[in-house]
Design a binder for this molecule. Structure first.
Ligand SMILES: [Zn+2]
Length: 468
C-alpha cells in the first residue's frame, strides 16, 4: 500500500514519493512560546505525530525537525504590533527570555504527556539568528528587499507566483487583516525580514545585523532552519491551515527566490477545531489547555483518542461530551488489552484475523491519514475478539497486534497493569462458588471486586476481568 496525502501545493491527494528512496525529511512549524498551548495546538501536533508514526511503520527513516518560535512573531500578521514574546514578558513581569524558556519547557512536557514522538531536532529561532541574517543578505543581493523606517521588507511583487500557493486574492487577504496598512510598504503583502528595535528602547531580544540592531521577522526563521537541517528541497512541510495565506506563502516566496527550487514537495495542513462552533481564541476565553482537561478527569490517552476520532482535514468540534465518549471507547478497548494478563501462553492461534485487521488499518491510514476509519476497524477487531475469539486467540498474536496499534496511535494499550494477587484470589474463590452454584457468595465476591474497580465477563467456562 502506498501512502497518499492531500498536498496543499497541488490541491489534490497525491501519491507520496520521497526525494531519496527510504528517507523522509519533515519540517513542522512549532509553537510560539509566549503562553500556554491550547487544545487546538495539541490537535495539530497529535495529528502530525500520526503521520510521523505511519512513515516509520512504512519503513521510512524519518528526519523530523520542529521549530520553536521564541522571537519575531508579531501580534498581527501585518508585521505590526508587539512581539508576542515581549507582550508575554510584560504580562508576567518577566523577561522575554524567561517567558520563552518557561513555555518551551511546558510545551515539551505536554508533548511527552500526550505521547507525541520527540522530533529528531527541536530548533529555536533565537539559536539561528545568523542563519536568518545570511538568508536576508542573499535576498538583498538579488534585489528583492527594501528598507523602510521599521525594517527590511521582502518585495512580494518580485516573486510572480506569490499568490499561487494559497490562491490568494491579495486585496481580499489584506482587507481581512485588522491593521492599518504601513504606507511605506510597496505592496500590501510585503513582509518584514528584519525589524529594527524601536529607537530609545532596549528590547530583551535584539541582535546586531548589517541593517541595524533589531530582530528577525517570523517567516524567515522557518526558511532558515528547515533548509539548514533538511536541505533546499525536502519532503513534507506541515502546519495548521491558518499558516497557508501568510506564513507559508511567505516561507515559499523567500526560499524559492533564493534557491530557485521548491522548499517542500508536500505541504500538509491540519484544520482547526471549534468549541461551541467558534474558533478558539484567547479573547473569547475558550482556549482550553491540557491542564483544564485533566481537571475534568480526562487522561492524556483519552485526549489522544479524541483527536484521532476526526480527520485532520475536517473542522472538528471539541467538547467534554465528545471526550466522555472517547473515554468510554478507550475503556472498552482496555478490556481487550487486559487479556494479555489472562490468556494462557500456550493457547494456539486458530485464526489470523488480527493480521488481516492490521493490514486493513495500514491501508486506510495510508489513504490521507483516515484515522476515524482506522479506529472503526479497531472497534470491529476488538468486538470480534470479545465475541468470538476470546478463548482461541494466542497471547503472541494479541500482543503483536496491540504493539502495532500502540506504535501507530500511541494509546499505550500494552501499558495496562495486571490486577493484584488478592483480587486474583477473589476471582478464584468466585469461580469455585459458581461451580458450587453458590450464587449468593458469587455475587458478593463480584461486588467486592467492583468496589476495587474490577469488572468480570463470564464466558462459558472462563471468567475474564477488566477495569471498570
Ligand atoms: Zn513556520
Amino acid at each position: 500500500m502506498s501512502l497518499k496525502l492531500y498536498n496543499t501545493l497541488t490541491k489534490r491527494i497525491d501519491k507520496f514519493v520521497p526525494i531519496s528512496n527510504k528517507k523522509v525529511g519533515v519540517y513542522t512549524c512549532g509553537p510560539t512560546v509566549y503562553d500556554h498551548a491550547h487544545i487546538g495546538h495539541w490537535f495539530t501536533y497529535v495529528r502530525i505525530d500520526t503521520l510521523i508514526r505511519l512513515l516509520k511503520i512504512l519503513d521510512y527513516k524519518v528526519d523530523w525537525i520542529m521549530n520553536i518560535t521564541d522571537v519575531g512573531h508579531l501580534v498581527s500578521d501585518g508585521d505590526d504590533g508587539e512581539d508576542k514574546l515581549q507582550k508575554g514578558a510584560i504580562r508576567e513581569g518577566k523577561t522575554a527570555w524567561q517567558i520563552a524558556q518557561f513555555y518551551t519547557n511546558e510545551f515539551l512536557e505536554g508533548m511527552k504527556e500526550l505521547n507525541i514522538t520527540m522530533p529528531n531536532k527541536i530548533v529555536k529561532a533565537t539559536d539561528h539568528i545568523s542563519d536568518q541574517i545570511e538568508l536576508i543578505k542573499k535576498l538583498e543581493v538579488k534585489g528583492l528587499t527594501y528598507k523602510i523606517d521599521d525594517g527590511i521588507y521582502f518585495n512580494t511583487a518580485l516573486f510572480p507566483e506569490y499568490s499561487q500557493f494559497a490562491q490568494l486574492d491579495i486585496d481580499d487577504q489584506q482587507a481581512g487583516i485588522r491593521v492599518s496598512f504601513n504606507s511605506q510598504k510597496k505592496n500590501k503583502s510585503d513582509f518584514a525580514l528584519w525589524k529594527f528595535s524601536p529607537k530609545k528602547l532596549k528590547r530583551d531580544m535584539e541582535w546586531n545585523s548589517p541593517w541595524g540592531i533589531g530582530f528577525p521577522g517570523w517567516h524567515i526563521e522557518c526558511s532558515a532552519m528547515s533548509m539548514k537541517y533538511l536541505g533546499e528541497t525536502f519532503d513534507i512541510h506541515t502546519g495548521g491551515i491558518d499558516h497557508i495565506p501568510v506564513h507559508h506563502t511567505n516561507e515559499i516566496a523567500q526560499s524559492k527566490s533564493i534557491t530557485g527550487k521548491p522548499l517542500a514537495n508536500f505541504w500538509l495542513h491540519t484544520n482547526h477545531i471549534t468549541i461551541d462552533n467558534t474558533k478558539i481564541s484567547k479573547s473569547l476565553g475558550n482556549s482550553i489547555t491540557l491542564s483544564d482537561i485533566k481537571n475534568h478527569q480526562h487522561s492524556s490517552r483519552t485526549i489522544r483518542l479524541h483527536v484521532l476520532e476526526s480527520h485532520y482535514r475536517s473542522q472538528s468540534k471539541f467538547s467534554y461530551t465528545g471526550l466522555n465518549a472517547s473515554k468510554n471507547r478507550l475503556k472498552s478497548w482496555d478490556q481487550v488489552a487486559a487479556l494479555i494478563w489472562q490468556i494462557k501462553e500456550t493457547t494456539a492461534e486458530k485464526n489470523n484475523s488480527l493480521n488481516l485487521y492490521q493490514k486493513q488499518i495500514i491501508d486506510v491510514i495510508s489513504n490521507d491519514l483516515n484515522s476515524p476509519l482506522a479506529l472503526s476497524i479497531i472497534d470491529d477487531s476488538f468486538n470480534e475478539i470479545k465475541n468470538k475469539y476470546i478463548d482461541t486467540i494466542s497471547l503472541g498474536s494479541l500482543k503483536n497486534y496491540l504493539q502495532f496499534l500502540d506504535t501507530l496511535f500511541g494509546l499505550k494499550l500494552l501499558d495496562i497493569k495486571d490486577i493484584n494477587d488478592n483480587n486474583k484470589k477473589i476471582i478464584r474463590k468466585r469461580i469455585i462458588a459458581r461451580e458450587n452454584k453458590d450464587w449468593k457468595l458469587s455475587d458478593k465476591l463480584r461486588d467486592t471486586l467492583s468496589q476495587d474497580g474490577i469488572g468480570l465477563i463470564d464466558n462459558e467456562n472462563i471468567t475474564y476481568w477488566f477495569y471498570l
